[in-house]
Design a protein around this ligand. Structure first.
Ligand code: ADP
Ligand code: MG
Length: 467
């Protein structure tokens, strides 16, 4: 394997790449002015048709690193699956699909299908019958479709393993191996992973052809993530989270606990303090999970409490703070946790509560990150409650979604038309199968529920409630 370091990439302009003028225009429209380091290091290799193993943290722009080569090779007039992306979770598969659609919009009618578990096979089979150019999905469900013959891969040119290490964590090794064996041998294979456990290299040896390797140092630019450590006694830990939130007042925070019990206990403490917080856990149904993620992403919940497992696969941009309620014993996990803040050009806080028995974990973290930990005292923090910590938005749930053919524009239209609100008072709109969620400014929430319920969406009366 050849090792390419990111710093060696000397041009970061997309214009230097062999991409079609239409693709160059799309990138410009999307505001992709220059390549991210992982894109600059990997695109020259992948566009030249080589296999690739790439390591980079979440949020570094990996999707475009594989989307551009696979879209460049794609023949829209050939109605067969030419590229397949394996992802660990449905959420990640949905995100990859969205990004692929954005990047593919200049090309005519490229059909992309998401194949994940948790929903019935039938509609997926029907979509596949109508022909797809790209499939994105989880290994288990893709295996099911291959076994039943509803998915055919004879024309496959590109296989992508996205977040390979997470797929292995989730026990997908055999499924991935099985799927890869059912792909044509003549193909390009691209593998993306944040870390390099044994299994990743085993997969690479088994399924890749002379892969080139691109590694980006896990170190984050110190300037973007400001990390502070607070010593706490065991019994003050949960209360300290509320203190941090009241002092720093971040608009969105991901709080990591080491256990589910701790998540629940923290939620109680925060609620008692009047802080809106939600939690994610592995026992939740997909629909509940979606609701939580939607509320967090549309800014109607400012604190999300989760374990590492529950937060797996989450991609949230604009996270202002990560709070480590408990310090993780694994320094690499610590770096992943805090790497979720301080993305793009934003600054982010990484705030750590350190109990007496966790001090040596900080030593390991400091060594790995090559930092001198910045220790602070909880009693420096100002928590005078002038304004309560309320999220900017409130989510309204409209019963009725994709099944009723509701589109975001219908809801925006209802709110800004008949109901008389301004565009600025309306936030993100998410349409799921059965429900539509719309974020509105907190001060109009009640009135918005009333007017929506009294009026019509897409010509129909709808049931609405504030979450
Ligand atoms: P990863 O898969 O590494 O976690 P993504 O591919 O999801 O990261 O990209 C993270 C975000 O950055 C996305 O919102 C994407 O649209 C944006 N992005 C990716 N590449 C660029 C770029 N070159 N310029 C600006 N934004 C970009
Ligand atoms: Mg990704």
């Amino acid at each position: 394997m050849t090792d390419t370091t990111s710093s060696a990439a000397n041009s970061t302009s997309f214009a230097a790449l062999p991409l079609s003028p239409a693709m160059q225009a799309t990138l410009q429209q999307l505001g992709y002015l220059s390549m991210t380091p992982i894109q600059a290091a990997s695109l020259p290799i992948t566009l030249a048709g080589h296999d690739l193993i790439a390591q980079a943290k979440t949020g570094s722009g990996k999707t475009a690193s594989f989307a551009l080569p696979l879209l460049t090779k794609l023949n829209p007039r050939r109605f067969a699956v030419q590229a397949m992306v394996l992802c660990p979770t449905r959420e990640l598969a949905d995100q990859v699909t969205q990004e692929l659609r954005r990047l593919a919009r200049a090309a005519d009618n490229i059909k992309i299908i998401t194949l994940c578990g948790g929903t019935t096979m039938r509609p997926q089979r029907d979509s596949l019958e109508h022909g797809a150019h790209i499939v994105v999905g989880t290994p288990g469900r893709i295996m099911d479709h291959l076994e039943r013959g509803s998915l055919k891969l004879d024309a496959l040119e590109t296989l992508v393993l996205d977040e390979a290490d997470r797929m292995l964590d989730m026990g997908f090794y055999d499924a991935i191996a099985w799927v890869a064996e059912h792909c044509p041998a003549q193909r390009q294979t691209l593998m993306f992973s944040a870390t390099y456990p044994d299994g990743v290299m085993r997969l690479a040896r088994q399924f890749m052809r002379q892969p080139q390797e691109v590694k980006l140092a896990e170190q984050h630019e110190e300037s973007k993530i400001r990390q502070r450590f607070y010593k706490v006694a065991h019994e003050e830990r949960l209360q300290a989270v509320a203190t941090l939130l009241k002092h720093y007042r971040p608009a969105s925070t991901l709080a990591f606990c080491n256990t589910k019990q701790q998540c629940r206990a923290l939620l109680e403490v925060l609620h008692a303090q009047g802080i809106t917080a939600l939690t994610l856990n592995g026992d939740m149904e997909q629909r509940e999970r979606d609701q939580v993620l939607i509320q967090f992403a549309n800014r109607s919940c400012s604190v999300l409490v989760a374990t590492d497992v529950a937060a797996r696969g989450l991609d949230i941009t604009q996270l202002e703070a990560v709070i480590n309620v408990d310090v993780t014993p694994d320094p690499e996990i610590h770096i992943h946790r805090i790497g979720r803040t301080g993305r793009a050009d934003e600054n982010g806080w990484a705030l750590n509560l350190v109990g007496p028995s966790e001090r040596n974990r900080i030593i390991a973290i400091a060594q790995m990150m090559r930092i001198e930990p910045e220790w602070h005292e909880l009693n420096e923090l100002q928590t005078t409650d002038e304004a309560p910590l309320l999220p900017e938005m409130v989510t309204l749930q409209i019963l009725g979604g994709r099944k009723e053919k509701i589109r975001p524009g219908d809801v925006l239209g209802a709110l800004t038309g008949e109901a008389g609100f301004t565009r600025e008072q309306v936030g993100k709109i998410n349409v799921t199968d059965m429900s539509t969620y719309v974020a509105v400014k907190r001060d109009i929430a009640r009135e918005a529920v009333r007017r929506l319920a009294a009026g019509k969406v897409k010509g129909k009366t709808v049931k609405v409630r504030a979450l």
